[in-house]
Design a protein around this ligand. Structure first.
Ligand SMILES: Cc1cc2nc3c(=O)[nH]c(=O)nc-3n(C[C@H](O)[C@H](O)[C@H](O)COP(=O)(O)OP(=O)(O)OC[C@H]3O[C@@H](n4cnc5c(N)ncnc54)[C@H](O)[C@@H]3O)c2cc1C
Length: 451
């Protein structure tokens, strides 16, 4: 960092920290995975604490202001969709529907999303956590971990009140960036050979003629944006859809692509790069507002009404688990006996160039996520769920969307609670019984439509 003496350090004095909570299960991170993990653990009877660094639950779904759940439905054929994710995800959808904040699944070719209103999701997530008896600490970031050989003894959190310790019997890391696992000393990969997917700043436009805009295909929008590029507008990406919002005249756009001055994706667990990415994202939002108004039908009067409170992160640390979800597993649609969640989402890669790569699985195909992808190598009482699971870069490109993240979270929370009667050892969990419990609560593990 500029202005610091090269190599200079200070010593932080050791100090006693108050133990502020001793739950059975501690879940770190309140995104789709963490919310589901905490609700599932509490539902199973474990005293459960969820700590979240920001001021609301929902993670990327609220903080980054997305507009649609992906990965909940699979395409079976030209007409039919099949559900891939049920359980707590379905409960969340029902609660959003009751607030008029959810639309029916929307299909763009072979991509299916369920539009939702992200502001409403903030209170719906509060309600969901409360309904299941989860204790929630907002504005608490997990910053350090105390371990004893194979066990996490305590997670240190930092808040406006300073530092404090939480001693839990089992910990589920749903921070998206594997902050707990990494600080505990677990191994991880940063994408593939240090290169991750590109992040994006998400934004909403109001004042859109959604009848005209909603009729545009991805190819139509691409043509408009490529014309802008030909006219000299330096757009980093021209591949996008228009995500209609339940609010009239409002759309979400997932169109920015955040590269550093060399054109590489920012390392979004490097705090300085993260700040640079935030500024670059806002610069691009301004550019896209201007271009959409000039080049895309239906957007003539559009204005940016909302920018995500933080940059959207697709991929950072991928933890080393007992098993690794691989591209071959995803493509072959393997549903293993220890599968605890399903996904059929394409391998969606935001890499170099103005395009997005969509690598679809054949219609009606889905794969199961093995329990071992949630079990952190070298630790007895630590699980992960969500986008920081144990997976290769290519497999994570398919499994990282909200639906499968919720399903993984639900499985991790249920497993964490089950491990309490098995010596707090997540490897001692009976996975057949875990699957049966998940299915009893509506999880989809063996969809009848799957080929
Ligand atoms: C730009 C973009 C667009 C996307 N579009 C879609 C889409 O349209 N539909 C879809 O389904 N998916 C989409 N995704 C993917 C999806 O939203 C995420 O991959 C998914 O939210 C991951 O869920 P998660 O719970 O694993 O992590 P996150 O959603 O990242 O949640 C992690 C949570 O942990 C908290 N946290 C992090 N570190 C700490 C810490 N140390 N202590 C305490 N709390 C912490 C964070 O504040 C956050 O709330 C998109 C992703 C991006 C980046």
């Amino acid at each position: 960092m500029k202005g610091a003496t090269q190599g200079a350090t200070v010593t932080e004095p050791a100090r006693q920290l108050p133990v502020v909570a001793e739950p059975d299960v501690l879940v770190v991170g309140g995104g789709p995975a963490g919310l589901a993990a905490a609700c599932a653990a509490a539902r199973a009877g474990a005293s459960t604490l969820l700590v979240e660094a920001h001021g609301c639950l929902g993670g990327t779904l609220t903080l980054v202001t997305l507009g649609g759940f992906c990965g909940i439905h699979a395409v079976i054929d030209e007409q039919r969709l099949g559900r891939v994710v049920g359980g707590l995800c379905l409960e969340l959808e029902d609660r959003l529907l009751a607030c008029d904040a959810l639309l029916p699944p929307r299909r763009h070719g072979r991509i299916v999303g369920v539009p939702y209103e992200s502001a409403s999701l903030k209170w719906v997530a509060d309600d969901l956590a409360a309904a299941h008896g989860v204790q929630v600490l907002l504005h608490h970031a997990a910053v350090a971990v105390i371990t004893d050989e194979q066990r996490v003894q305590a997670v240190i959190v930092e808040s406006k009140g300073g530092r404090a310790a939480i001693r839990a019997r089992v910990v589920v890391d749903c921070s998206g960036d594997a902050d707990v696992a990494a600080r505990a000393g677990a191994g991880f990969e940063l994408g593939e050979a240090g290169q991750t997917q590109y992040g994006s700043t998400m934004f909403r436009l109001g004042g859109v003629d959604t009848l005209r805009a909603g009729a545009l295909s991805r190819a139509d929008i691409r043509d408009c944006l490529e014309r802008a590029v030909a006219d000299g507008h330096a757009l980093p990406r021209t591949a996008t859809g228009v995500h209609l919002n339940p609010l009239p005249g409002v759309v979400h756009l997932n169109v920015t692509k955040l590269g550093d001055p060399d054109g590489d994706p920012f390392n979004l667990v490097d705090p300085v790069a993260l700040g640079d990415a935030e500024r670059e994202g806002r610069r691009q939002v301004r550019l896209y507002e201007e271009v959409f108004r000039r080049y895309v039908p239906g957007f003539e009067q559009a204005r940016v009404i909302d920018i995500g409170a933080r940059v959207g992160v697709r991929e950072t640390r991928l933890v080393h688990g007992d098993q690794v979800l691989t591209e071959a597993h995803v493509r072959a649609g393997i549903r293993p006996l220890d599968g605890i969640a399903c996904s059929s989402w394409p391998l969606e890669t935001h890499g170099r160039g103005r395009d997005t790569q969509w690598d679809f699985l054949p219609d009606g195909r889905c794969y199961g996520i093995p329990y071992g992808c949630l079990v952190v190598k070298g630790f007895d009482n630590l699980l992960v769920a969500g986008r920081n699971l144990s997976a290769t870069h290519a497999a994570q490109a398919s499994v990282r969307v909200a639906g499968p993240c919720m399903a993984m979270g639900e499985a991790a929370g249920t497993a964490a609670a089950a491990s309490l009667s098995a010596g707090d050892d997540v490897r001692a969990v009976d996975v057949t019984a875990l699957r049966a419990t998940l299915q009893r609560h509506g999880a989809i593990l063996d969809p009848e439509w799957a080929v």
